[in-house]
Design a binder for this molecule. Structure first.
Ligand code: SF4
Length: 291
């Protein structure tokens, strides 16, 4: 089993997403706390220490692939013996085929790419990413799909895109994506600043999330749903990876996740992440325990 360490080299990014949950600005409210970009030495030290307890690493951000020392970091992860090296990326840097090939050649079959992709429509994609990101991101995703078998996508479920989730799923499957994740938006950072525009009522989104899962699965892909309260998902709760995670991986930071009093009698209390805490500052939610 792969036991992942999450490494954040920093929050610098080549997008400016209007729903970014980890903004590169200490003045924007952020329950995770601001992380300035780390030096190569700091990262090497952190990764060396992490390897003593973990056999997998997730490089996230920000956008890890824009770092000048990106390939050095990958090589360090390989040299340390991490068995899986997961890169969470907006895929823009991978529009450069040479860059994508070099990445895959360093990582080999340890590579796991987790690509953010939030709309199949250029106009909405660019609006959400705050840059003209669509063409580069799409080319990057296609390059990774052509070079690696381990490419998953992450689609954040938001007010502007939730009604289109089934079409997004169909589009991604059409490109050859075999594993799709749909994640409830965290009202934090820019998604908190723009919450009126970004954060939907969970109950409104669930029928579209379920339909998107159906579309993906009918295409032979694996679909997961994450960061939703399990009771909102009904019988689709078995698509939530939280259900199968070891307890130490469940986010318990009360600034980030909250459960209700009712949850205490729920049979999923241990594994369910409940709600994003900030969500309850915007909407009510009826916790419905499974007894
Ligand atoms: S009642 Fe609480 S613990 Fe149970 S599924 Fe709902 S949010 Fe999760």
């Amino acid at each position: 089993m792969i036991n992942y360490y999450t490494c954040i080299p920093g929050y610098s990014c080549n997008n400016a997403c209007i729903f970014c949950t980890r903004p590169n600005d200490p003045n924007i409210p952020n329950v995770w706390g601001f992380i300035p970009d780390k030096t190569t030495e700091q990262l090497f030290k952190e990764l060396t220490k992490a390897r003593k307890s973990f056999n997998g690493v997730i490089l996230t951000g920000g956008e890890p692939a824009i770092r000048k020392d990106f390939f050095e970091i990958l090589q360090k992860c390989v040299d340390l013996g991490f068995e899986k090296i997961s890169i969470q990326t907006n895929a823009k840097r991978f529009a450069d085929k040479n860059f994508a090939e070099r990445t895959v050649s360093i990582l080999g079959d340890r590579a796991d790419f987790f690509v953010s992709f939030h709309s199949h429509r250029r106009e909405l994609f660019n609006k959400l990413s705050g840059t003209k990101a669509y063409d580069e991101a799409l080319t990057g995703l296609k390059n990774l799909l052509s070079l690696s078998k381990q490419v998953r996508t992450n689609t954040v479920v938001m007010k502007p895109n939730y009604r289109e989730l089934p079409e997004i799923a169909s589009f991604l499957c059409g490109l050859g994506v075999k594993a799709l994740e749909f994640m409830s938006v965290h009202p934090n950072g820019m998604a908190w600043v723009n919450n009126m525009q970004i954060v939907p009522k969970i109950e409104d989104t669930v029928p579209f999330v379920r339909k998107a899962v159906d579309v993906a699965e009918s295409d032979g892909a694996k679909a997961t749903i994450t960061c939703f309260p399990l009771c909102a998902l009904g019988d689709y709760r078995n698509r939530a990876p939280e259900l199968f995670l070891p307890e130490f991986m469940i986010v318990k930071n009360p600034k980030a996740r909250t459960k209700g009093k009712e949850c205490e009698k729920c049979k999923y209390y241990r594994n369910c992440w409940g709600l994003w805490t900030n969500y309850l500052k915007i909407f009510d939610f009826k916790f419905t325990p499974f007894l």
